[in-house]
Design a protein around this ligand. Structure first.
Ligand code: FAD
Length: 723
């Protein structure tokens, strides 16, 4: 359990550093130029000189300001890249000016609110960067009559819960259970808590927002428009602008709620409890949230052996009698008794979930600076079909073998299943039984230790593959995981973004791309996993293969290729190279071509389709449904319907590519580690050769296409393929 006293110190340090005079300013030009720019662009009525809100690296307070909101010690090392400046705005106008000045100086801007990003992307970067630290912008205005609260980005969830509780004991807000998480990152990333089955996510309860866009304009819902407003409700704020505040709808909470924590080990029949939990937790009363933690621990029964312990933690929007009666009927395997339960006010339950000692006063939620920043690694998954008994028993073995990484199962269902997947960028709604968080924390620094724990969590993630969502394997943005892909902001930014973007946002990724391209075409707001812009800033990259063409010509692949070439010399289609092959059969059979190493099969790039089904109906993707749409992309069209047309995603190709043909007789093998831009087609044949004993040898012809210039190709071939 956590004490509260030591938390006060860092905050005091912040107040002190805030008034340090500008004489500590760096002599470096970035600081000078930035402050000068701020002075011209900020329309500030504040009496504080703007130089005082900017911390350069040689300011003695720089390190304490930077560290005050680092919540993962993995990114608090001397080797972690540091910002050239930290800017701590006191007013919206400072944020507006900071955006314009960072843009003017051509420096990346990272935005930090509570600093809880699991991969620290709000305060480190491989590029030269500035941190815009929002901790001073943290006002909270609760309006019980209106049933709403305006919370600024730099406020913490604990502060928000406390301010709501001050005004009403029967109102609350459905967001996360860690009191120091920041409003800015939490809500823009989807934000969920222990009332999600009753009220959905935090983003399902956003009414309005204020954002500073790339042009430095302060916009609200009306002036930003519904597309951008949609995007910042789960698409990650850091891709679109600086969130200043959210207006949130308060929800009702009863005067008494009930919590409990019940633990079982494998020796105490935990497997049966987990099996039943998968059935009950996602379907029970919407007011009941049953989180389950699964952890390898030392067995108390079998000396020297390890076991798995499960802990079920509950929040119930009702009293203990109701809860015991409900679970007695639905979940007798748990054996819940009234003495396992604690009745309390909703605000006390938030303290309980945040691991404060019983009896801790709600004021503890105002403390912004915990003193327990561990080393952390998180990953996530979604489970759509229950894991079988055999599966669980296999999983226990693997968890015990790995030794430390735990799993947290968070049940969905209830309100989560009623909200359409496209309502917000967060797509993981109906059909998901529960979300898994992979969780490993450790206290001691050390490269080997860190490597070991990171490897453990990755192994467990890999072991879980058969049990979790597929195509795509989904993930939760707020559980940021750089293992699933990183954007390097180069020529492949769009392709790189697609890898993690589809996992986080599934089908909503396309709309996020369009919003991003429209509001920030130069990709100023970016981080390692932000939404990229569409290639060439062209939001019209998708085209129907039948567009404006007479039906008779529809099934000729060449037409398709020509559409790409005529409309844009920067786009192509990853399909076969024989121009007379028909589109219908080619793509419904999978369709492979010479840029498939880069962009996959033609079928991987189908966005929509029109077919005539056995009932003579003309159907699109939406009306045919995802099962049939899946089947016709590689399962052979003729088994299912008549394909009329495909809508295909065009892919970027450079204006000139390199082709060559080499013929050689060789014995050596071919490396499988070729660059993805390179396609190498090998024809191996028996040939006549003077000098060979029987006059025969093997001749290999290499046909090659490279998406780039010949100079780059030669370097690549020297590096990878000397022979
Ligand atoms: C201990 C702990 C407990 C957690 N519990 C929960 C939980 O119960 N439920 C849940 O959903 N998540 C939970 N999380 C995850 C958390 O919600 C996310 O990490 C969230 O992004 C953190 O927000 P932040 O403002 O604190 O983080 P930051 O690190 O400041 O920001 C996270 C991301 O949001 C961007 N961002 C931050 N502020 C702004 C802004 N004002 N404008 C635009 N972009 C911005 C950042 O650039 C960064 O990309 C938890 C994390 C931790 C460490």
């Amino acid at each position: 359990m956590r004490g509260t006293m030591p938390r006060i110190l860092p905050l005091a340090v912040l107040f002190v550093v805030f008034y340090v005079s500008a004489s500590w300013a760096a002599s470096g030009s970035v600081y000078d130029n930035f402050v000068q720019c701020l002075n011209t662009k900020a329309n500030s009525s504040s009496s504080t000189p703007l130089a005082n809100i900017v911390f350069a690296q040689n300011n003695p307070s720089y390190t304490s300001v930077l560290r005050a909101y680092i919540r993962n010690s993995r990114f608090n090392k001397t080797s972690t890249p540091k910002p050239v400046l930290i800017v701590t705005p006191l007013a919206e106008s400072h944020v507006q000016a900071s955006v314009l000045c960072a843009k003017q100086l051509g420096i990346q801007l990272k935005i930090r609110s509570g600093g809880h990003d699991y991969e620290g992307v709000s305060y480190w970067s491989d590029q030269t960067f500035i941190v815009l630290d929002m901790f001073n912008l943290r006002s909270i205005t609760v309006d019980i009559k209106d049933g709403s609260v305006w919370a600024q980005a730099g406020a913490t969830l604990g502060e928000m819960y406390y301010r709501i509780w001050e005004k009403s004991k029967v109102h609350g807000f459905p967001a996360g259970v860690c009191e120091t998480v920041g409003v800015g990152g939490h809500i823009s990333g989807g934000g969920y808590g222990n009332m999600l089955r009753k009220y959905g996510l935090a983003v399902d309860n956003v009414i309005d927002a204020q954002i500073v866009d790339v042009q430095g304009r302060l916009l609200d819902r009306k002036s930003m428009g519904e597309d951008l407003f949609w995007a910042i409700k789960g698409g990650g704020g850091g891709s679109f602008g600086v969130i200043i505040s959210y207006k949130l709808k308060l929800v009702s909470v009863p005067e008494i709620v009930t919590v409990f924590r019940v633990e079982r080990t494998l020796e105490e029949n935990a497997t049966a409890v987990v099996l039943k939990w998968q059935e009950v937790a996602p379907t029970t009363d919407d007011g009941l949230f049953l989180r389950m933690l699964l952890q390898p621990v030392t067995s108390k029964v079998k000396k020297g052996e390890k076991t798995v312990r499960i802990s079920i933690l509950a929040e119930f929007l009702g009293n203990a009698d109701q809860l015991v009666s409900l679970l007695g009927k639905e979940f007798p395997e748990l054996g819940l008794k009234k003495e396992n339960c604690m009745e309390m006010s909703w605000i006390d339950s938030m303290l309980w979930w945040a691991n404060f000692d019983n009896g801790t006063k709600p004021e503890a939620l105002l403390n912004r600076n915990p003193n327990d920043a561990n080393f952390l690694k998180r990953k996530s998954d979604y489970v759509q079909t229950p894991i079988s008994k055999d599966g669980l028993e296999w999983l226990w073995k693997k968890m015990i073998e790995l030794g430390k990484t735990g799993l947290v199962f968070n049940p969905y269902g209830g309100k989560m299943s009623q909200i359409p997947a496209s309502e917000t960028p967060f797509p993981h709604r109906a059909g998901n039984l529960f979300k898994i968080q992979y969780s490993v924390n450790w206290e001691d620094a050390g490269e080997d230790l860190e490597k070991n724990y990171l490897t453990q969590s990755r192994r467990l993630y890999s072991y879980m593959t058969p049990f979790v969502s597929k195509n795509p394997r989904s993930a939760f943005l707020n559980y940021r995981d750089l293992d699933i892909g990183i954007n390097t902001f180069g020529d492949n930014s769009y392709e790189e973004g697609k890898v993690y973007g589809l996992m986080y946002f599934n089908d909503n990724f396309d709309r996020l791309l369009k919003v991003k391209t429209a509001v920030d075409p130069e990709n100023f707001f970016r981080n390692e996993q932000s939404i990229p812009t569409l290639p060439n800033g062209n939001s019209d990259v998708n085209s129907w293969s039948s567009s404006n063409l007479p039906m008779g010509k529809l099934f000729v692949l060449l037409i398709c290729l020509l559409i790409g070439a005529q409309k844009s010399n920067g786009h192509g289609l990853p399909a076969g190279s024989c121009p007379t092959v028909g589109v219908g059969g080619h793509i419904s059979g999978g369709g492979f071509g010479i840029i498939f190493r880069k962009y996959g099969l033609a079928a991987d790039n189908v966005i929509d389709s029109r077919i005539v089904d056995v009932n003579g109906r003309i159907l699109s993707r939406k009306s045919m449904g995802e099962e049939l749409f899946w089947a016709i992309r590689g399962g052979g069209g003729s088994s299912f319907a008549v394909i009329l047309a495909w809508k295909l995603r065009l892919v970027p190709v450079p204006p000139s590519v390199t082709v060559c043909k080499i013929e050689k007789t060789i014995e050596e093998g071919v490396t499988d580690k070729l660059h993805e831009d390179l396609f190498l087609h090998l024809v191996v044949e028996v040939a006549n050769e003077a000098g060979a004993t029987d006059g025969k040898t093997i001749k290999v012809s290499f046909d090659l296409l490279f998406l780039g210039p010949v100079e780059k190709l030669l370097l690549l071939m020297q590096d990878k393929f000397r022979t």
